[in-house]
Write a protein that binds this ligand. Structure first.
Ligand code: NAI
Ligand code: 3SL
Ligand code: ZN
Length: 435
């Protein structure tokens, strides 16, 4: 048998999907109808917060003053790496122009989205790094207005390090508003914000579903919900490091899957023996999250060949994919579905999560089959233009008229006819559909 499950998940990302959709749709509908008061009521209900919503400059400055310099230095280090990576990505996209035929030009232009709404999660942990990933990238892209929404803590509001970071990275405004109500506030333009053209950022299943439902009315980066991670390891891998990496990402939440895929049954057994002890040694609430995630969502799969290991990883299309195996170049060339790839034991998912430079806002729940993670490109619209001399437009007009008639689109055909008649008076053209 090519795949043997030493541990099989009891649940998947789909398990609660229908219930979540219903809950989120109701909240969105109520906020759309009830506006700011409805959003504030949800902030009270879910986050027990009734303070001011738009964070003031004085609050941001007080937050910055309250943080130790070493933490600020670390945040600046991470910001610098993420900014430089985003700038390098931006440089890979360029405006272009081609003379399709003599006198007929077509081009592409790159225009940043105007208003970006960045969600920075903060329910269980204070996701400072998510503020860096979203705001910095929107700023490098050139968005004109960048709003942030993040859950407040009762009494104290948004975590001071998130306020400091969002401001450092270039946020124009920060809302103390989490979950669906935070996303809705940015999408619907509440609390004095411009309506977001694009919503980005990670979050729990409610946040991810809110973005998914709003997509179309507003752009989104991708489905970036509960974190998932897959480790590929062969017999050369260190089982203690593999186990630590799996447990490290399982702490995200009770619904964060971690998967081990290996061609070594011996390694799989060792990792499975080590994981419970590592989970037990975590502080709360991390331990409880990791324990539930390991119990309900984790899988350990043994394959016969490395080709089958790679195919299995591609089927899971994980958000994070760590390879701790020989011949890393082979894996880099072979693997096709992942949000971000971590090659070798010398790097790890947490480096990308916090500080290495690549973005940590990544596709979850299999979305890596069709998209990569957040990049500067998600904020940039690649649009096209065309311009022509009268002479150069002639062959295009003839083809347009005939194709349009064949399609039955007489109105389209006549927009070409009228130009041919104006620019080339006295000439006869064969404008009938070619059947
Ligand atoms: N895919 C990615 O790139 C990343 C994903 N994440 C994920 O982000 C998530 C963060 O989750 P949280 O800590 O919960 O923070 P969060 O900020 O996403 O969610 C907190 C909010 O959830 C709302 N909420 C809580 N219970 C609710 C309920 N029963 N109904 C409706 N709304 C409810 C509250 O309004 C609260 O403000 C984790 O699942 C983590 O794995 C984090 C970073 C990156
Ligand atoms: O899903 C993710 O990318 C998270 O692992 C990022 S973080 O660890 O929450 O910063
Ligand atoms: Zn993480």
């Amino acid at each position: 048998m090519p795949r043997t499950y030493l541990k099989k998940a009891l649940k998947t990302a789909e398990s609660d999907a229908a219930a979540v959709t219903g809950i989120v749709q109701t909240i969105l509908d109520e906020i759309e109808a009830g506006g700011e008061e409805a959003a504030k009521a949800y902030a009270e209900k879910f986050d027990r917060y009734d303070g001011n919503i738009v964070v003031t400059r004085a609050e941001i400055e007080a937050a910055a003053a309250s943080l130790p310099q070493k933490l600020k230095d670390d945040i600046r280090f991470a910001h610098d790496n993420i900014r430089r990576f985003a700038e390098a990505q931006k440089a890979t996209l360029s405006e272009t122009e081609i003379e399709i035929a003599p006198g007929f030009f077509a081009g592409q232009k790159i225009i940043p989205c105007q208003a970006a709404g960045c969600y920075v999660p903060g329910g269980r942990y204070s996701h400072v790094a998510s503020a860096i990933m979203t705001v910095t990238t929107a700023r490098v892209a050139g968005c004109q207005h960048i709003a942030v929404a993040s859950p407040p803590r009762p009494e104290t509001g948004v975590h001071p390090a998130i306020l400091y970071t969002a401001d450092l990275c270039g946020a124009d405004s920060i809302l103390a508003m989490g979950g669906v109500q935070g996303v809705a506030s940015m999408a619907f333009g509440l609390f004095g914000q411009p309506k977001a053209d694009i919503l980005v950022g990670p979050g729990n299943q409610f946040v991810a579903e809110a973005k998914r439902i709003l997509f179309g009315r507003v752009g989104i980066d991708m489905f970036a919900g509960p974190t998932d991670s897959l480790v590929i390891a062969d017999a050369s891998a260190d089982p203690e490091i593999v186990a630590a990496d799996l447990v490290g990402q399982a702490e995200h939440g009770y619904n964060s899957p971690v998967w081990l895929v290996t061609d070594s049954g011996a390694l799989a057994e060792k990792v499975m023996a080590l994981a419970p002890g590592l989970i037990d040694s975590l502080p709360e609430p991390n331990r409880a999250s990791a324990e539930a995630a390991w119990r309900d969502y984790a899988e350990v799969i043994v394959c016969d060949t490395i080709e089958e290991v790679a195919a299995t990883a591609d089927d899971y299309a994980p958000e994070h994919l760590s390879v701790q195996a020989e011949n890393l170049d082979w894996w880099l060339a072979r693997l096709k579905c992942y949000g971000s790839l971590f090659l070798g034991e010398e790097t790890t998912v947490a480096y990308g999560d916090k500080a290495a430079g690549t973005n940590h806002v990544l596709p979850t729940s299999g979305a890596a089959r069709y998209t990569g993670g957040l990049s500067v490109h998600k904020f940039l619209k690649v649009v096209t233009w065309q311009r022509s001399s009268r002479d150069a437009s002639k062959p295009v007009a003839l083809a347009t008229a005939r194709i349009s008639r064949l399609e039955g689109m007489e109105g389209h055909a006549r927009t070409a006819d009228i130009r041919l008649a104006k620019y080339f008076p006295g000439e006869n053209f064969d404008l009938a559909a070619v059947e």
